[in-house]
Design a protein. Structure first.
Length: 283
């Protein structure tokens, strides 16, 4: 049974790009940048993966036409990773050609740990070819991330650091919040020291306050990193951070295939259930 979109509208801007644009233009007007995410994951056949690539290309063109200050985030499992690794890489390169031609930026989101290595391998191949047009994500909850951050920082890659949204076992990932926060801080220090413009994706006040204090104490200017949050969460905080002079970006998901993304947001925080319910009663 498919739930009606009204359930998701707190966290998802619309079921199509056209429907989403009016909801997000005001963020650019407040000097908050965007990254658009066409929802979906784990595509199992080539026809659907090819369609996804075409849709991503249309999205890049749509961003250009609407003059939005926006990059896009993509998932490799939507571009055929579960079908064939090299087919997926070729699909990514097809998309990257358009991004380079239009001077746009694409970030590969990080999915579950079964895909971490292959995602970083494909990212590395794309980085060698497309350089500053591509970035990826690392998850501080994974035990391996410290080493990944060292290697990615060494290359000067454009990285978004997040805690990690997927449930992982104890031999693969840290299981408690203080340890995940501690790892996040240590990895953030490396990215701030060694890369030119790290991005931090979190709604966590403790981490945001720590970032502000650490960068001030270490004379790292506000224009050398970015704070990112998800659509529908803490927009007031983003406006305040922007007014304080920080670079900010909101990750805006849209599309008909919103259910897995929506479920992760509900599982993350019990307050999100209340947000979702309260939105349902608003016009
Ligand atoms: C821009 C962006 C991109 C992301 N990309 C990926 C990705 O590619 N792969 C991936 O695995 N994950 C991704 N994530 C999700 C991420 O891994 C976390 O699952 C998610 O951000 C929840 O962790 P958190 O640090 O935001 O806060 P949480 O760990 O959920 O919460 C910690 C504390 O922060 C505060 N807080 C949290 N939310 C709110 C709120 N709405 N209002 C008020 N206080 C709040 C509360 O004090 C809470 O106790 C992304 C997140 C963001 C923001």
């Amino acid at each position: 049974m498919k739930l009606p979109f009204i359930f998701a509208k707190r966290f998802v801007a619309g079921e199509s790009f056209t429907e989403s644009v009016p909801k997000i233009e005001h963020l650019n007007e407040k000097d908050i940048k965007l990254t658009l995410d066409l929802l979906g994951e784990n595509v199992k056949n080539r026809q659907k993966a090819d369609e996804t690539v075409e849709n991503y290309i249309k999205l890049l063109r749509g961003i250009d036409e609407h003059g939005l200050e926006s990059s896009i985030s993509i998932k490799l499992t939507m571009m055929g990773l579960d079908i064939d690794r090299n087919y997926c890489r070729d699909n990514l390169f097809k998309l990257m050609e358009v991004a380079r031609e239009q001077n746009q930026f694409i970030r590969i989101d990080m999915e579950g740990s079964e895909n971490t290595q292959v995602t970083l391998d494909i990212f590395n191949e794309a980085f060698d070819e497309f350089g500053s047009h591509i970035g990826t994500v690392v998850q501080s909850m994974l035990h391996r991330t410290k080493d990944d951050v060292d290697a990615l920082a060494e290359k000067g890659a454009d990285i978004r650091l997040v805690k990690g949204a997927y449930k992982e076992p104890a031999d693969i990932a840290l299981q408690n919040m203080p340890a995940i926060r501690e790892a996040f801080k240590e990895e953030a220090k490396v990215l701030l020291e060694k890369t030119s413009f790290p991005r931090f994706g979190t709604h966590d006040d403790e981490l945001i306050e720590w970032l502000k204090t650490y960068t001030t104490e270490n004379n790292i200017p506000k224009d050398q990193f970015e704070i990112q949050m998800l659509y529908g969460l803490r927009e007031d905080t983003m406006v305040r951070l922007t007014q304080e002079g920080y670079n900010t970006r909101i990750y805006v998901p849209f599309g008909t295939d919103w259910f897995p993304y929506f479920s992760r947001r509900l599982m993350e925080r019990k307050e999100n259930v209340w947000f979702m319910l309260s939105t349902m009663f608003k016009k």
